[in-house]
Design a protein around this ligand. Structure first.
Ligand code: BES
Ligand code: ZN
Length: 625
């Protein structure tokens, strides 16, 4: 059944691509793949369709021993090329016979192409390999770095181009395949993947996984640890270490409601189960939309369900991203902009418009802040469609794709009205499922099936997509709940005692973040007054603490053991979105020494993605080895 849907979608792609003159296109095996500067694979010559993976997880050596059997597309070419990064290739075989292969020169960002000559009749190629302890996708945590402190822990982060550091694969978002895996781990540990998952530990440490829906390599995921499961509804649940399990299940109790609302908006959730794995705090992102199993930071488990927009976001990727996927990382805004838009709609449906307008307003603030800064020295990067000269796509994660993307789609909605927009969007996800999408094809569909020429020019499609900065007609979300925050803050700034618990007791994280961000003149006296009233420096809520660390660090605030709290935060939490602005504030306020002292301690706890960004920011040169 699925197979059939897949090939219909492929045929549609061929039609489109022949009309598209922008990309260099070769036609082979009915599927046409966009040129991807971030991958060596040549899927137009030979593409993969299915993976049988065997993995042995060795926590002592910090190595994965793997055997990847790739089923090739019919009518394949004479060679197949895979992406690899610091992977040791032990042998390549087809039907038991050794094949010759070459590993090309290493590029620091892209790694090495693995090129294999395919015997004419071979349908499958087996690659036996092992990873390197420094593999960038993998974070191997020692027991002390986990909640339980007894077992080690492993998790992957493959997006954008790190899957190739733990699996030789065609690491381009346009190449989809199904997979099965046999994973072997030390007895007493649970293994999970972006696939059908076990809910209990096996007695022999062996686990089997199936992902029968075709996915791109950046959605390959694995985690191993002393992990338990707790059901939340029939099709949702949480995985976490024991110390976080109950709290996480409570925090995410509304997952089912979110799925129900999401389905009502844009069509059925096709992936089966939706579970969330709550990782140790070094996870470098807020969340990652690994199919069937979102990976999430524990910093959203704050005890008041105020950070669930992160779940709405990762769930929304089950449509925008996992079903309709950006063709290359230059079209990244299609993944994230649509997802932020969809996230807001889910939040609105579950919690009401007044609530979701807070998120939208914060997103607008982020857009203004990031884009204003970028316009100074990297204006071209503020266009939605990225120019991908070979740069690491992990560095392209900014408010452009997320918040400018969101505001553009919101403008489309406001221009045509919700009814037409929702009908079009639902159809967009249905018609394009299992295909990859680029900006040009999206524009064709938008103009072909939705916008009148007048509407298109009213929006200014080219200005939004290819132009820089924030277009003049950007929506400016207004939240009534934030109006309350503004007036209360205004009173305090004029000298009123900050004693408004009747109001502030009901504030969500968004109100507090907005409150802190809006402080106009953060004098030491005002900061101390606020800190004493609201205990910001000791806040267990990472989002609030991250906002608080801006005015304080920038004004050399030290009261209430503040510096020590910053130290603890930065050593424990590895979420890049918090680390970057915090270290940045230290640098910009002449406290780089302080930053480096903390970083020396914290760096071993960070995942490679965060480490690399912070190394560059702090001009830190790691010692070899
Ligand atoms: N897919 C992204 C994370 C990502 C992007 C990883 C690019 C690597 C490269 C994920 O869905 C995401 O956007 N996470 C956000 C969540 C937030 C917007 C709610 C994050 O981690 O902050
Ligand atoms: Zn996202």
């Amino acid at each position: 059944m699925l197979k059939k849907v897949f090939s219909v979608a492929l045929a549609a792609t061929v039609l489109w691509s022949c009309q598209n003159q922008e990309e260099e296109i070769e036609v082979a095996n009915e599927m046409v793949y966009a040129k991807d500067v971030h991958s060596y694979a040549q899927p137009n010559t030979t593409a993969v369709e299915h993976l049988d993976l065997e993995l042995d997880v060795d926590f002592v050596e910090k190595v994965l021993f793997g055997k990847a059997t790739w089923t090739l597309s019919e009518n394949h070419g004479e060679t197949v090329v895979f992406d690899t990064y610091d992977i040791n290739i032990i042998a390549v075989t087809a039907e038991g016979k050794a094949l010759s292969f070459t590993l090309g020169d290493k590029d620091e960002i892209l790694g090495q192409p693995l090129t294999i000559n395919i015997p004419a009749k071979a349908k499958q190629i087996t690659i036996q390999y092992n990873t390197n302890p420094g593999a960038r996708a993998l974070q191997w945590l020692d027991p002390e770095q986990t909640g339980g402190k007894k077992s080690p822990f492993l998790f992957t982060q493959s997006q954008a181009i790190l899957a190739r550091t733990w699996l030789p694969c065609q690491d381009s978002p346009g190449v989809r395949y199904t997979y099965n895996a046999e994973v072997s781990v030390p007895v007493g540990m649970l293994a999970l993947m972006s696939a059908s998952n076990p809910q209990e530990k096996s007695t022999d440490g062996k686990y089997h996984f199936d992902m029968e829906i075709p996915i791109p390599s950046y959605l390959m995921a694995l985690s191993v640890g002393d992990i338990s499961f707790k059901a939340v509804s029939d099709r949702t649940g949480v995985y976490a270490e024991q110390d976080m399990l109950e709290k996480s299940a409570w925090e995410f109790a509304e997952m089912e409601d979110m799925i129900v609302e999401a389905e009502a908006l844009y069509g059925p959730y096709i992936w089966g189960r939706y579970d969330v794995l709550v990782l140790p705090p070094s996870f470098p992102f807020g969340g990652m939309e690994n199919p069937r199993l979102t990976f999430a930071t524990p910093t959203v488990v704050v005890g008041d369900r105020s950070q669930t927009s992160l779940i709405a976001h990762e769930l929304a990727h089950s449509w925008s991203g996992n079903l309709v996927t950006n063709a290359t990382w230059g079209d990244f805004w299609l993944n994230e902009g649509f997802t932020v838009y969809f996230e807001m709609r889910i939040m609105e449906a579950v919690y009401g418009r007044d609530y979701s307008e807070m998120t939208a307003s914060i997103s607008h603030q982020d857009m203004v802040k990031d884009l204003t800064a970028m316009m100074a020295d990297e204006a071209p990067k503020t266009a939605l469609k990225m120019k991908t000269d070979v740069e690491n796509p992990d560095d392209g994660v900014s408010a452009v794709a997320y918040d400018k993307g969101y505001n553009f789609l919101r403008l489309c909605e406001e221009t045509v009205g919700r009814e037409r927009w929702d009908a079009w969007l639902k159809n967009y996800f249905t018609e394009n499922k299992f295909t990859s999408m680029d900006t040009e094809r999206f524009l064709e569909q938008l103009q072909g099936d939705l916008l009148t020429p007048d509407e298109a020019s009213q929006i200014g499609l080219d200005i939004w997509i290819y132009g820089t900065g924030i277009p003049e007609n950007s929506p400016v979300p207004q939240s009534p709940r934030f109006a309350v925050v503004d007036s209360l803050r205004g009173l305090i700034e004029k000298g009123a005692t900050p004693d408004f618990s009747a109001v502030t007791d009901n504030w969500s994280t968004f109100e507090w973040v907005y409150f802190i961000r809006g402080i106009k003149n953060p004098t030491p006296e005002l900061l101390l007054t606020l800190d004493n009233a609201y205990q910001f420096s000791a806040s267990p809520n990472a989002e609030i603490m991250a906002a608080w660390m801006q005015p304080t660090i920038r004004n050399n605030y030290t009261a209430n053991d503040f510096k020590n709290h910053v130290d603890i935060f930065l050593v424990n939490i590895g979420r890049r979105k918090f680390l970057t602005p915090t270290y940045q504030a230290m640098i910009e306020s002449n406290q780089k020494d302080w930053a480096l002292t903390i970083y020396a301690k914290a760096r071993p706890n960070y995942h490679a993605v965060s480490r690399e960004t912070m190394d560059a920011l702090l001009e830190f040169v790691p010692e070899e080895g």
